[in-house]
Design a protein around this ligand. Structure first.
Ligand code: OGA
Ligand code: MN
Length: 204
């Protein structure tokens, strides 16, 4: 990684989003993808809901990906990534005074044709998710494979956008309550590790 965690936190506090194309080396990307692939092949994933727990409500017209929630890892690429996010959380806490307190994350698989319609990353009635982190795990992704994250940069749900393709090792971070985004249907299986730094209660 070439950008330090303080700079990333500054950018999130100021501009609100950042794309880091070569965040994770290929070796670690492969380790994470193999972990996700093994669990996927074992049938451990489930259809993603629009909420979680009691709010879980699978609506295939909104999203059609599959997820596998993750626990804190003790070693390996996942543990290293969780440590980075923990550093980021501490830095953001200093800048934003949000009482950021935990990280929840899941692997996601979008089979060919799967999508996630335009949305914000907070649940109905709560805004506990403060920062979204999406790490992509796909080698040799071509633009013709589609499956890009369409990210609306002006805070509206249909204005200016950038298209971010899910290239191996690329990390996208953004303020969860501020930026509308959607996942366009992909032509091949699309793997990612998506997580959220959360606040206790409702921060804003
Ligand atoms: C999400 C999401 C974006 C992506 O899981 O909430 O918007 O590019 N993911 O996978
Ligand atoms: Mn989202």
């Amino acid at each position: 990684m070439t950008v330090d965690v303080e700079t990333i936190a500054d950018t999130l506090a100021d501009k609100g989003w950042i794309v880091l194309p070569d965040f994770l080396p290929l070796e670690q990307v492969r380790e994470l993808r193999e972990q996700a692939r093994t669990q996927w092949d074992e049938g451990a994933f489930h259809a993603a809901g629009i909420g979680r727990g009691q709010e879980l409500n699978v609506d295939e017209s909104i999203r059609s990906d599959y997820v596998q929630w993750l626990e804190r890892a003790e070693q390996g690429a996942l543990a290293d990534y969780q440590t980075f996010i923990e550093d980021l959380r501490v830095n953001l806490n200093r800048l934003l005074y949000l009482g950021l307190f935990e990280f929840e994350s899941h692997f996601a698989v979008y089979p060919p044709g799967a999508f996630y319609r335009r949305h914000l990353d907070n649940f109905r009635g709560t805004s506990a998710r403060i920062v979204t982190a999406v790490l992509y795990l796909n080698e040799n992704w071509q633009e013709s494979d589609c499956g890009q994250l369409r990210f609306y940069t002006d805070g509206s749900d249909g204005g200016e956008y950038v298209d971010i393709y899910p290239h191996a090792g690329q990390l996208v971070l953004f303020r969860s309550a501020k930026f509308w985004h959607e996942v366009m249907p992909a032509r091949r299986e699309r793997f990612s590790l998506t997580g959220w730094v959360r606040a206790r209660g409702s921060a804003f």
